[in-house]
Structure formats: C-alpha cells, structure tokens
Design a binder for this molecule. Structure first.
Ligand SMILES: CCCCCCCCCCCC(=O)SCCNC(=O)CCNC(=O)[C@H](O)C(C)(C)COP(=O)(O)OP(=O)(O)OC[C@H]1O[C@@H](n2cnc3c(N)ncnc32)[C@H](O)[C@@H]1OP(=O)(O)O
Length: 193
C-alpha cells in the first residue's frame, strides 16, 4: 500500500492544484528540462523517457525498458523504475509552471517488469500546501490500461532557480545558463514564483 507515511498525506487545509493557463495543451510532447538529464535527456544510457501534457495537472509518459536497464536477468532494475516515476512526477512542473524537486518518493513494486516492456506512466498532482506539492504516479505494462507494475506517492518542494545555481557543478550550470532554451525555461517558471 502506498502513501502511508504522514509526510505524504496533504494537510486538511491543502488546496487543489491549479493548471497554469499557459500549460502545454493535452497531448503535447514536453521538452527535456535538461538534455543531459538521465531521465528525459538524450543520453543513450538514460531512460529516454518522453512525457506529454495531460488534462488538468497531470502528465503521461512512456519508458521503454532496454537491456541497459536490467537488474535481475531480463527484468528492469527497481531503482530505474523509481527513476522513471520520479522523472514523470518531475514533468508535472510544466503543468503548474513551477520549479520543484523531489523531497520524498515512496515506490511500490507490484509486478516484475520484463526487458522490452513499454512502461506507460501517468502522474498527477493531488494537493498543494505552500511550497509542498503532493503527487502520485503509476506505471502500467505495455498499455495505458495495462496491469499496474509500479506506483509512487511523492512530495515535491518548490524551489527557486538559485537551488541549481548554488548546488550544481559550475561546468554544467554555466553551460545551462548559456543555453537559450534553459534560460527561457528558468524565466518562465520563476515568473510564477
Ligand atoms: C531550470 C528548471 C529546472 C527544472 C528541474 C526539474 C527537475 C526534476 C527532476 C526530477 C525530480 C528529481 O529527481 S529532483 C532531484 C532529487 N531531489 C533533490 O536533489 C532535493 C534535495 N533536497 C533539497 O535540496 C532540500 O531538502 C529541499 C529543497 C527538498 C527542501 O529544502 P528547503 O528548501 O530548505 O525546505 P525545508 O524548509 O527543509 O522544507 C520545506 C517544507 O517541506 C518539508 N519537507 C522537506 N523535505 C521533506 C521530506 N523529505 N519529507 C517530508 N517533508 C519534507 C519540510 O518539512 C517543510 O515543511 P513545512 O515546515 O513548510 O510544513
């Protein structure tokens, strides 16, 4: 059973999430927030996860489990399945136009996921309380209505772009600042904070 810890239960006075008026339209493919990202970037050894805007404050994503993602022979590594859930939940940032990072992530592994599976992920924000964003995700095998293999509940915490500038390695931060797409993304999100 997921979401059992108190930290993942929204308080009574939490508000419903609000879709930003300029959020991408349902079905629209979401850009990678960083092309070097292990989850949504374009590294061959990464997840190559592709997310799309959903209705409301929700997203969908697909992750093809390749041999490089194995744990046990022929099966996906559990940590990478958590990463796929985390990345999908992170894509919810686009729908509220905030910058938020994972504070807590609890994963349930309900079924083994064979190599060759396309994991169909769905994530949505359930509640917001100050900087705290409560959200949930599932991953289903080979179809959007396939059997649930993994699910997660998470708490994301809203941060300012300084979070990355102060904590990230200078080499990558400087490259991101010099990248017009990254600078635009940071501006768009910060305007809403
Ligand atoms: C340019 C675009 C890029 C866009 C980039 C988007 C990236 C998305 C990528 C996918 C997602 C990731 O993997 S993100 C990477 C993994 N995550 C991280 O690296 C985060 C590391 N942790 C941190 O930096 C920090 O702990 C933070 C930012 C999460 C929180 O620190 P803080 O800002 O000082 O806030 P703090 O006062 O401690 O906490 C605020 C409130 O949240 C609660 N809180 C904080 N952490 C937790 C927790 N683990 N579990 C429960 N509750 C928590 C506190 O109790 C408090 O509640 P109250 O007192 O207010 O009630």
């Amino acid at each position: 059973m997921s979401g059992t810890t108190t930290a993942l239960k929204p308080p009574e006075d939490a508000r419903a999430p609000v879709r930003h008026p300029d959020a991408p339209a349902p079905g629209e493919l979401l850009d990678a927030h960083n092309h070097q990202c292990f989850g949504c970037g374009d590294q061959e050894s990464g997840l190559l996860l592709r997310a799309r805007a959903g209705e409301g404050v929700a997203v969908t994503a697909e992750f093809e489990v390749r041999p490089v993602h194995q744990g046990a022979p022929g099966l996906a590594h559990g940590g990478l399945l958590s990463a796929a859930l985390d990345e999908t939940l992170g894509a919810l940032n686009w729908m509220q136009r905030v910058i938020a990072v994972t504070g807590r992530l609890e994963t349930d592994f309900a079924r083994p996921v064979p190599v060759g599976t396309v994991l169909h992920l769905q994530a949505r924000v359930t509640a917001v309380h100050g900087r705290k964003i409560y959200c949930t995700a599932t991953g289903r095998i080979d179809a959007h209505d396939g059997p649930v293999a993994v699910r997660a509940d998470a708490l994301f915490i809203e941060v300012r772009v300084d979070h990355f500038i102060q904590n990230g390695r200078a080499e990558e931060i400087n490259a991101a600042i010099a990248d017009p797409d990254q600078a635009k993304l940071a501006r768009v999100c910060e305007v809403n904070q």
